[in-house]
Design a protein around this ligand. Sequence first.
Ligand SMILES: Nc1nc2c(c(=O)[nH]1)N[C@H]1C(S)=C(S)[C@@H](COP(=O)(O)O)O[C@H]1N2
Ligand SMILES: [Mo]
Length: 317
Amino acid sequence: MMRMPGRIAPSEITPRELFMSRRALLAGALAGGAAATLPEARADTAPAAQLEPLHYTLNRQDSVSLQPTPYEDITGYNNFYEFGTDKSDPQANASTLRPRPWSLTIAGEAEITGTYDLQDILKGQPLEERIYRFRCVEAWSMVIPWVGFELGALLRRFKPTSRAKYVEFTTLYDPAQMPGERYSILPWPYVEGLRMDEAMHPLTLLVVGLYGRVLPNQDGAPLRLIVPWKYGFKGIKSIVQIRFTERQPRNTWNIAAPDEYGFYANVNPSVPHPRWSQATERVIGGGWFARQPTLMFNGYASEVADLYRGMDLRRDF
Ligand SMILES: Nc1nc2c(c(=O)[nH]1)N[C@H]1C(S)=C(S)[C@@H](COP(=O)(O)O)O[C@H]1N2
Ligand SMILES: [Mo]
């Protein structure tokens, strides 16, 4: 059985230490503002130093003790339909995205709203690394060392009112930067939503980096959502707006195919997708035949099952 997220046993430290020390070097270089430490294919993007805060601490408590998927897979096997529908398209095409400077609008049912420069929002915001399981609705999985901070910490700064029951997220709409938006494969811009308690849950992250580096464009630069107990499509990329709402927002995959993708999208091995089983998952980076059982809530049941007590998870899928 897979271990639940928790502390890392001493017996597991040796292979991790190699991994950690490699990343410590990278983090140190980035803190010095050396753009040259970014992968060469990203030389056309702005220097990492412009997104200053890649100083971070590892949050072991909330990390899984699993070997992370190789960087090449995390950044080369993506879903980001704004840049094409093949898994290799985002890496090939996302260099047209300009993630810096970036504006983020906070709107809706909150005492404080407005449009802010992302750098101002991130100023003084401590960053953590958390190694999370990641499960795509297409029945594949990865283990990803994200760098980010709790969404709830940001939301509270804007003082949501008592009418704020949900949070809606919106991706950039700019076909010049995101050429896939010229084609109606999905309704644009991409949108997602969370119930307020899901948004405020301490496992829910806003992510600005992975493997200690600024997020590459194809992974949702400069700011994306990660909700580790939900299918990957909840993890909306390149966010330009966060809006507090009274009513449940729509989400892109639910609009596109409501019988196949719900609002909750909780990882659930016992509720099959109409066209495939969700009982197992392909382990990306482990070869074509590497499969493992899918865990309820992607292994995070002890932390999040309470949020859904009393709900029929077959109906609210
Ligand atoms: N804006 C936007 N966000 C998106 C998507 C997308 O197509 N557009 N795809 C989603 C899906 S289906 C998945 S599995 C994850 C993939 O994240 P990754 O490429 O960083 O692994 O991003 C999600 N966020
Ligand atoms: Mo996905």
